[in-house]
Design a protein around this ligand. Structure first.
Ligand code: ADP
Length: 296
């Protein structure tokens, strides 16, 4: 298997998950049922998904100088992900998501913390690593300027780029024109096109770059004006958190392996499906062996 060198520029968080039978009202205290911490952040999740499959992954990101940062970093290290380009920011908190889960409902507060310290200059300092990669994978949980800088540098060195436009926000046409693949889910695709101004030609080009994930319905891609629907793989879904992240990591890996876009989407569609059969965003991400076992 050829090495797939993937550089992920993105967020690292610690998810703090509380389960309770009722989400408290303002001013109220309730006793919860359970609490656990689990590493997350779209950047770290996607890095993990690609590494599990066998990709050589370098993470460019930032954590605070606290226990969550150390745990988030160690989690990536244990999977063999390169962590030299992760900054530890003094006096800053690691990004967290405080998640309250109650009977299928949830409420979430995200504090970006150190993720917001990833400036364009931080990205520029990693140009050598980027230059030696086969693929850049980015999302939108770090400052947009830095996402743009990473994509500009990738373009300069002819490195292919996947932009997972999540969480969705208005994006400049300059960025959208530079990336090779866009991976919105259905909701993000609608908002992406609603918030983007461009000529008919530009929007048509944009559509051709889109690989739209549709949950249990699978994946839609566009080639020469034709829609290609890859149907979802039937599985028993227990937790869909991080399905999109599994999909993106797998897509990057498969493209680096030389698969065509359609083949890579078929592969990532299987990986995304396997990931929802287990609890936890990262815990459900399969190894290559598991994928092969599933397909047998
Ligand atoms: P996101 O998590 O970003 O909202 P999706 O829900 O579209 O992304 O899921 C990403 C991909 O994961 C889907 O395109 C599909 O391949 C797979 N997937 C997600 N949910 C399911 C499911 N219930 N059954 C089978 N595959 C799924």
């Amino acid at each position: 298997m050829a090495a797939s060198k993937i550089i992920v520029v993105g967020s690292m968080n610690m998810d703090l998950v509380t389960s309770t039978n009722r989400i408290p009202a303002v001013g109220e205290t309730v006793i919860g049922d359970a609490f656990h911490t689990t590493p997350g952040g779209k950047g770290a999740n996607q890095a993990m998904a690609a590494a599990r499959l066998g990709a050589e992954v370098t993470m460019v990101g930032a954590v605070g100088d606290d226990a969550f940062g150390e745990a988030a970093m160690n989690n990536l290290k244990q999977q063999g992900i390169g962590t030299d380009a992760i900054r530890i920011v003094e006096g800053c908190s690691t990004g967290i998501a405080a998640i309250t889960v109650s009977d299928g409902d949830n409420s979430i507060i995200v504090v970006p913390g150190a993720n917001h310290s990833i400036t364009p200059a931080v990205i520029e300092a990693q140009e050598e690593v980027l230059k030696n990669s086969d693929m850049l994978l980015v999302q939108l949980e770090i400052p947009l300027d830095s996402v743009i800088r990473a994509v500009q540098l990738a373009k300069k060195h002819n490195i292919r780029t996947i932009l997972n436009p999540a969480p969705i926000q208005p994006l400049p046409m300059e960025l959208l024109e530079m990336v090779d693949y866009l991976t919105p889910n259905e909701h993000e695709q609608t908002l992406l096109f609603a918030s983007t101004d461009g000529s008919v030609k530009q929007l048509e080009r944009l559509k051709e770059k889109c690989i739209v994930t549709k949950g249990s319905k699978g994946v839609m891609l566009y080639q020469n004006g034709e829609e290609i629907l890859i149907p979802g793989v039937e599985v028993e879904a227990v937790d869909t958190t991080g399905a999109g992240d599994s999909f993106n990591g797998a897509l990057a890996f498969a493209l680096c392996q030389g698969k065509s876009v359609e083949e890579a989407c078929r592969f990532a569609n299987v990986v995304g499906a396997i990931s929802v059969t287990k609890f936890g965003a990262q815990a459900g991400m399969p190894t290559m062996e598991e994928v092969e076992g599933f397909l047998r």
